[in-house]
Design a protein around this ligand. Structure first.
Ligand code: IMP
Ligand code: MG
Length: 174
Protein backbone atom coordinates (compact mmCIF):
# COMPACT_ATOMS: atom_id res chain seq x y z
CA UNK A 1 0.00 0.00 0.00
CA UNK A 2 2.85 2.41 0.72
CA UNK A 3 4.13 2.13 -2.91
CA UNK A 4 1.19 4.32 -3.81
CA UNK A 5 2.92 7.38 -2.30
CA UNK A 6 5.81 9.26 -3.92
CA UNK A 7 6.05 12.11 -1.40
CA UNK A 8 4.54 12.89 2.01
CA UNK A 9 2.62 16.18 2.22
CA UNK A 10 1.35 16.00 5.83
CA UNK A 11 2.49 13.36 8.34
CA UNK A 12 0.19 12.18 11.13
CA UNK A 13 1.96 14.57 13.44
CA UNK A 14 1.60 17.49 10.97
CA UNK A 15 -2.11 16.70 10.65
CA UNK A 16 -2.59 16.81 14.43
CA UNK A 17 -0.87 20.19 14.65
CA UNK A 18 -2.73 21.60 11.64
CA UNK A 19 -6.13 20.53 12.96
CA UNK A 20 -5.34 21.81 16.47
CA UNK A 21 -4.37 25.22 15.11
CA UNK A 22 -7.49 25.46 12.90
CA UNK A 23 -9.63 24.44 15.89
CA UNK A 24 -8.12 27.19 18.02
CA UNK A 25 -8.77 29.88 15.39
CA UNK A 26 -12.36 28.69 14.89
CA UNK A 27 -12.97 28.53 18.66
CA UNK A 28 -11.82 32.15 18.96
CA UNK A 29 -13.80 33.43 15.95
CA UNK A 30 -17.09 31.66 16.68
CA UNK A 31 -17.48 32.47 20.37
CA UNK A 32 -21.12 33.55 20.94
CA UNK A 33 -22.18 32.39 17.46
CA UNK A 34 -24.37 29.47 16.38
CA UNK A 35 -21.85 27.26 14.62
CA UNK A 36 -22.93 24.57 12.17
CA UNK A 37 -20.15 22.55 10.54
CA UNK A 38 -21.26 21.36 7.10
CA UNK A 39 -19.01 18.57 5.85
CA UNK A 40 -18.90 17.61 2.20
CA UNK A 41 -18.80 13.83 2.01
CA UNK A 42 -16.91 11.71 1.51
CA UNK A 43 -13.50 13.36 1.38
CA UNK A 44 -13.86 15.56 4.48
CA UNK A 45 -15.10 12.86 6.86
CA UNK A 46 -11.83 12.25 8.73
CA UNK A 47 -10.97 15.94 8.80
CA UNK A 48 -14.43 16.77 10.23
CA UNK A 49 -14.23 14.24 13.04
CA UNK A 50 -10.81 15.50 14.13
CA UNK A 51 -11.62 19.19 13.60
CA UNK A 52 -14.87 19.13 15.60
CA UNK A 53 -13.02 17.70 18.61
CA UNK A 54 -10.52 20.55 18.45
CA UNK A 55 -13.30 23.18 18.56
CA UNK A 56 -14.05 24.08 22.18
CA UNK A 57 -17.55 25.46 21.59
CA UNK A 58 -21.07 24.07 21.23
CA UNK A 59 -21.58 23.24 17.57
CA UNK A 60 -23.84 21.20 15.32
CA UNK A 61 -22.83 19.11 12.33
CA UNK A 62 -24.56 18.27 9.06
CA UNK A 63 -23.55 16.70 5.77
CA UNK A 64 -23.92 17.29 2.07
CA UNK A 65 -23.02 14.92 -0.72
CA UNK A 66 -22.22 16.52 -4.04
CA UNK A 67 -20.86 14.82 -7.10
CA UNK A 68 -18.53 17.14 -8.92
CA UNK A 69 -15.60 14.90 -9.15
CA UNK A 70 -15.36 11.48 -10.76
CA UNK A 71 -12.50 10.02 -8.73
CA UNK A 72 -10.23 10.12 -11.76
CA UNK A 73 -7.60 12.80 -12.03
CA UNK A 74 -9.84 15.12 -14.10
CA UNK A 75 -12.42 17.25 -12.29
CA UNK A 76 -15.30 19.00 -14.00
CA UNK A 77 -17.64 21.94 -13.60
CA UNK A 78 -20.79 19.85 -13.12
CA UNK A 79 -22.06 19.80 -9.54
CA UNK A 80 -25.05 17.65 -8.54
CA UNK A 81 -26.52 17.66 -5.02
CA UNK A 82 -26.96 14.01 -4.00
CA UNK A 83 -27.74 14.73 -0.33
CA UNK A 84 -28.84 18.10 0.99
CA UNK A 85 -28.74 19.56 4.52
CA UNK A 86 -31.10 17.93 7.00
CA UNK A 87 -31.92 20.93 9.22
CA UNK A 88 -33.21 24.49 9.13
CA UNK A 89 -30.12 26.70 8.92
CA UNK A 90 -31.78 30.10 9.22
CA UNK A 91 -29.68 32.22 11.63
CA UNK A 92 -26.89 29.62 11.91
CA UNK A 93 -23.22 30.41 11.21
CA UNK A 94 -22.18 27.90 8.57
CA UNK A 95 -18.63 26.65 8.31
CA UNK A 96 -18.21 24.38 5.30
CA UNK A 97 -15.61 21.69 5.98
CA UNK A 98 -13.84 20.52 2.82
CA UNK A 99 -10.90 18.24 2.12
CA UNK A 100 -9.34 20.16 -0.76
CA UNK A 101 -10.12 23.07 -3.08
CA UNK A 102 -8.93 22.76 -6.65
CA UNK A 103 -10.89 24.59 -9.39
CA UNK A 104 -13.33 25.90 -6.76
CA UNK A 105 -16.41 24.79 -8.79
CA UNK A 106 -17.65 22.46 -6.05
CA UNK A 107 -17.61 25.04 -3.27
CA UNK A 108 -18.87 27.83 -5.49
CA UNK A 109 -21.98 25.80 -6.25
CA UNK A 110 -22.43 24.60 -2.67
CA UNK A 111 -22.21 28.16 -1.34
CA UNK A 112 -24.87 29.38 -3.79
CA UNK A 113 -27.17 26.54 -2.66
CA UNK A 114 -26.62 27.27 1.03
CA UNK A 115 -27.13 31.03 0.59
CA UNK A 116 -30.68 30.37 -0.65
CA UNK A 117 -31.47 28.99 2.83
CA UNK A 118 -30.60 32.30 4.55
CA UNK A 119 -27.98 31.36 7.13
CA UNK A 120 -26.42 34.10 9.27
CA UNK A 121 -22.97 33.62 7.69
CA UNK A 122 -21.00 31.21 5.48
CA UNK A 123 -17.26 30.53 5.61
CA UNK A 124 -15.00 27.73 4.39
CA UNK A 125 -12.47 25.61 6.25
CA UNK A 126 -10.38 23.42 3.93
CA UNK A 127 -7.60 21.06 4.92
CA UNK A 128 -5.76 21.57 1.63
CA UNK A 129 -5.73 24.27 -1.04
CA UNK A 130 -4.33 24.00 -4.58
CA UNK A 131 -4.53 27.66 -5.70
CA UNK A 132 -2.68 26.93 -8.97
CA UNK A 133 -5.74 25.00 -10.19
CA UNK A 134 -8.33 27.66 -9.32
CA UNK A 135 -10.85 28.50 -12.07
CA UNK A 136 -13.48 30.39 -10.06
CA UNK A 137 -12.78 33.17 -7.60
CA UNK A 138 -13.23 31.51 -4.25
CA UNK A 139 -11.07 31.47 -1.14
CA UNK A 140 -11.29 29.78 2.24
CA UNK A 141 -11.07 31.68 5.53
CA UNK A 142 -9.34 28.68 7.17
CA UNK A 143 -6.71 26.71 5.22
CA UNK A 144 -4.70 23.84 6.68
CA UNK A 145 -2.00 23.81 4.02
CA UNK A 146 -1.43 25.28 0.56
CA UNK A 147 -0.03 22.59 -1.74
CA UNK A 148 1.37 22.47 -5.28
CA UNK A 149 -0.58 21.07 -8.22
CA UNK A 150 -0.16 17.39 -7.40
CA UNK A 151 -2.78 14.66 -6.89
CA UNK A 152 -2.89 13.73 -3.21
CA UNK A 153 -4.46 10.84 -1.28
CA UNK A 154 -5.04 9.81 2.32
CA UNK A 155 -6.79 11.22 5.43
CA UNK A 156 -10.11 11.00 3.58
CA UNK A 157 -8.87 11.82 0.09
CA UNK A 158 -9.23 9.04 -2.47
CA UNK A 159 -8.12 7.84 -5.84
CA UNK A 160 -10.95 5.75 -7.34
CA UNK A 161 -12.44 5.42 -3.81
CA UNK A 162 -9.36 3.84 -2.25
CA UNK A 163 -6.57 5.17 0.01
CA UNK A 164 -8.98 7.24 2.17
CA UNK A 165 -7.80 5.31 5.26
CA UNK A 166 -4.13 6.29 4.97
CA UNK A 167 -3.41 8.18 8.23
CA UNK A 168 -1.30 10.82 6.40
CA UNK A 169 -1.55 12.85 3.16
CA UNK A 170 0.79 11.98 0.31
CA UNK A 171 1.24 12.46 -3.43
CA UNK A 172 -0.14 9.59 -5.51
CA UNK A 173 2.63 7.66 -7.20
CA UNK A 174 1.82 7.98 -10.92
P1 IMP B 1 -12.90 21.46 -7.23
O1 IMP B 1 -14.36 21.54 -7.47
O2 IMP B 1 -12.12 21.43 -8.53
O3 IMP B 1 -12.39 22.53 -6.31
O4 IMP B 1 -12.62 20.03 -6.67
C1 IMP B 1 -12.71 19.74 -5.35
C2 IMP B 1 -12.95 18.26 -5.14
O5 IMP B 1 -12.17 17.45 -6.03
C3 IMP B 1 -12.47 17.91 -3.75
O6 IMP B 1 -13.52 18.01 -2.83
C4 IMP B 1 -11.97 16.49 -3.90
O7 IMP B 1 -13.04 15.59 -3.67
C5 IMP B 1 -11.55 16.39 -5.35
N1 IMP B 1 -10.08 16.55 -5.47
C6 IMP B 1 -9.42 17.62 -5.94
N2 IMP B 1 -8.09 17.44 -5.91
C7 IMP B 1 -7.90 16.21 -5.38
C8 IMP B 1 -6.71 15.45 -5.05
O8 IMP B 1 -5.54 15.88 -5.23
N3 IMP B 1 -6.93 14.24 -4.50
C9 IMP B 1 -8.18 13.73 -4.27
N4 IMP B 1 -9.29 14.41 -4.54
C10 IMP B 1 -9.16 15.64 -5.10
MG1 MG C 1 -14.49 16.63 -1.79
Amino acid sequence: MNNCISEIILTEHDLQNTVKSLGEQITKDYKGKKLLLVALLKGSVIFLTDLMRSIKLDCKIDFMVVSSYTGTQNGGGNVNILKDLSMDITDLDILIVEDIIESGYTLNCVIEMIKLKNPNSIEICTLLDKPQKREVDISAKYVGKVIPDKFVIGYGLDYNEIYRNLPFVGVLNP
